[in-house]
Design a protein around this ligand. Structure first.
Ligand code: MTE
Ligand code: MO
Length: 385
């Protein structure tokens, strides 16, 4: 008998107006729908990345176990006990560390490593969203269990991910400084509703500004250790590694990224156009966004429509740290042709999106932050569908 196909890892409906599927459990946001959203994405439209089906949860028996060599009084918390801690609310962008992977240069600049593995999720722009979390500070919880000197902590899910090494719960080891940060939360509400099942019900970790791969869903256990625990199976694909890295470094703080509020490969009519987009950073607030539009002049040749190339976009509201900001740019008198749009954002930590060729290559294609092209066509009015 052929092996049973795996179940669908996503429970909620994911209509194509709002989601683009990149494989089982990988539903990216369709940026074509973004103009409908305010600062925050509606809960049922938030992108989803799940490596296994959500585990069955019964709140009456569910517990969060907190233990480890750095914990004097290990304890299992009920859901109601967590609600009794001071509630903290924050607005944050949730951006997968490997968002934009599809734009990462396919061919490495090194002879020894020719190609990127192709089996991994080929995210375009949409493994990202912004929302409001409510939860309990990890620090407050650890105070209640007698935290001693600690190196790091492992956050472990109740799911079971099929791996070469057998079924493993999704898990992340995080340095203690980040674990104890004021905006490191165990979230139980999203936009003031209980966490949706696909987003980690009843509890998930939120490490503000860090790649969303750290944000363990369906949390069941935290182990805090005096001696550093090694990176988990899942984190070994989430490190920056390659000839330019003396040793692998865990990718943590989210890069500067940006995207237009357009579906890919759309067709526009000619004339004046107002384009919108969003830019975000895991290190701080966005400071500036520039846009360029190149017109295709030959098979492999593109020429900027504006001199010298980049033009400043208007930010539509005051940028907040670790949140996205909307930007706007006017395209006067768009003429029929094939075009490529790119945005280049910078943040108040002094980081700017580089040219793709200037990116430091890494073998897991983690942390793409270069300009990424969005192609579209402008048709003569008479040819518009
Ligand atoms: N248990 C569990 N937690 C997880 C994952 C997972 O596969 N299993 N995926 C991680 C990754 S890679 C991302 S990008 C985010 C996605 O969060 P979301 O599905 O709520 O958007 O969850 C993280 N937490
Ligand atoms: Mo992800």
């Amino acid at each position: 008998m052929p092996p049973k196909p795996p179940p669908n890892y996503v429970v909620q409906p994911t209509p194509s107006a709002y989601f683009i599927s990149r494989g089982n459990g990988s539903e990216e946001m369709n940026f074509g729908a973004a103009p409908e959203y305010g600062d925050l994405v509606p809960n049922d439209r938030m992108y989803i990345h799940s490596r296994a089906a959500p585990p069955p949860i019964d709140l009456t028996t569910w517990r969060l176990h907190v233990a480890g060599s750095a914990v004097a009084k290990p304890r299992a918390f009920t859901y109601d006990e967590l609600l009794a801690f001071p509630a903290v609310t924050c607005r944050r962008v949730l951006d997968c560390g490997v968002n934009c992977r599809a734009f990462f240069p396919r061919v490495s600049p090194y002879q020894s490593i020719k190609w990127l593995p192709t089996g991994w999720t080929q995210w375009h722009f949409g493994a990202v969203g912004a929302t409001e979390w409510t939860g309990v500070r990890v620090k407050d919880l650890l105070d209640a269990v007698g935290l001693g000197p600690a190196a790091n902590a492992q956050f472990t899910s109740l799911d079971a991910v099929a791996t070469e090494a057998g079924d493993l719960p999704y898990s992340q080891v995080i340095a203690i400084d980040k674990v104890l940060a004021d905006d490191t939360l165990l979230a139980y509400r999203m936009r003031d509703e209980p966490l949706p099942i696909d987003h980690g019900y009843p509890l998930r970790a939120i490490f503000s500004g860090w790649g969303a791969n750290s944000a363990v869903k369906w949390l069941g256990r935290i182990e805090v250790s005096q001696e550093p625990l090694p990176l988990t199976h899942f984190q070994r694909n989430q490190v920056l590694a390659g000839p330019d890295y003396a040793e692998p470094i865990l990718a943590t703080v989210g890069p500067v990224r940006s995207a237009f509020e357009l579906a890919e490969d759309i067709t526009l009519g000619p004339g004046d156009r107002t384009l919108h987009g969003r830019a975000w950073s895991g290190a701080g607030a966005i400071e500036q966004v520039e846009v360029r539009i190149d017109r295709q002049v030959a098979q492999d040749r593109w020429a900027p429509i504006w001199e010298p190339g980049w033009r400043s976009a208007k930010l539509l509201h005051a940028p907040e740290p670790m949140m996205w900001v909307r930007f706007e740019v006017t395209w006067k008198d768009a003429e029929p042709g094939r075009y490529r749009l790119m945005a280049r954002a910078s943040d108040d930590a002094g980081r700017v999106q580089p040219r793709p060729e200037a990116m430091v290559w890494n073998q897991h294609a983690v942390g793409y932050n270069g300009h990424a092209p969005l192609e579209l066509s402008v048709l003569p009015q008479s040819n518009m569908p």
